[in-house]
Design a protein around this ligand. Structure first.
Ligand code: COA
Length: 260
């Protein structure tokens, strides 16, 4: 697949998908949303990929939002399609049963913050800036921001960020629970690579069980979610990887997980 706005690179079992519109601060136009959807589908189906890193090209931005030049001319019907394309992409990322890490080196604004929030882990540089400034354009977050920010940081922070449209720094993002880790800018790639490498060596079926239980379970009543966890736990106990992991511990050696 030839992408206009994405770069794809594989390092072992780690696939990095880079949004490549640095001159527009990697703003999400419809073409980019559609390409991301294709790239994530392909990664989900590719058994050789165990971990995904989502990044933005250039120094300045992860993603500075939906493409305002495109947004400015949307009819309501086109806006529906645009919002649905973003929501469906981001729900797909959230429900990917392989870990997805957002590597945030600069601006993650509007649709960029929403995209990052759909990933499973968010690792940011100390220079990162976050925000939901859509209110300043006369719109609201349309790619799930009102919902994911509320779930990650709570109602109070979500209302403050969406109503006032302010931009926050990485340390506030971390304090709010939106960012998992904040590291010096020059160590960002190294830190993300280390986390990705650790995940690439972990048992894939157990990783998928955790992702499913946490993400799907969060939308269920507690009893149903607990039952979901029980079933996923039992499934793990049917795998060769579970026998390998437990035997490796007992034999005081490093486990080698194969994903079956
Ligand atoms: N959509 C489309 N283009 C965007 C964009 C967006 N969300 N964000 C930045 N760009 C473009 C700029 O128009 C500019 O293009 P140009 O060189 O052709 O004029 C280029 O990216 C560089 O951005 P610029 O504004 O010059 O950089 P800056 O360092 O002065 O400011 C920001 C950086 C992030 C503060 C500023 O670009 C900004 O506020 N962007 C919009 C953020 C936003 O509202 N996002 C939510 C959208 S729903």
């Amino acid at each position: 697949m030839d992408y206009q706005n994405l770069l794809i690179s594989d390092r072992g079992a780690v696939r990095t998908i880079t949004i490549n519109r640095p001159d527009k601060l990697n703003a999400l136009n419809l073409q980019t949303l559609l390409e991301l959807d294709i790239a994530f589908r392909a990664a989900r189906e590719d058994a050789s990929v165990r971990v995904l890193v989502l990044a933005g090209a250039g120094e300045k931005a992860f993603v500075a939002g939906a493409d305002i030049a495109e947004l400015a001319n949307l009819s309501p019907v086109e806006a529906l399609r645009f919002s649905r394309a973003g929501q469906s992409l981001m729900r797909g990322i959230e429900r990917t049963n392989k870990p997805v890490i957002a590597r945030i080196q600069g601006f993650a604004l509007g649709g960029g913050m929403e995209l990052a929030m759909s990933c499973h882990l968010r690792i940011a540089s100390d220079k990162a800036k976050l925000g939901q400034p859509e209110i300043n354009l006369g719109v609201i977050p349309g790619f799930g921001g009102t919902q994911r920010l509320t779930r990650l940081a709570g109602r109070s922070a979500a209302l403050e960020l969406c109503l006032l449209g302010g931009i926050i720094d990485a340390s506030r993002g971390h304090a709010l629970g939106v960012l998992n880790r904040v590291v010096p800018a020059e160590r960002l790639t190294e830190e993300v690579d280390a986390i990705a490498n650790q995940l690439a060596l972990a048992a894939p079926i157990a990783l998928a069980g955790i992702l499913d239980a946490v993400t799907v379970g969060a939308d269920c009543a507690l009893d149903a979610a607990l039952e979901f966890e029980t079933q996923a736990f039992a499934l793990c106990c049917s795998t060769a990887d579970m026998r390998e992991g437990t035997q490796a511990f007992l034999q005081k050696r490093k486990a080698e997980f194969r994903g079956h």
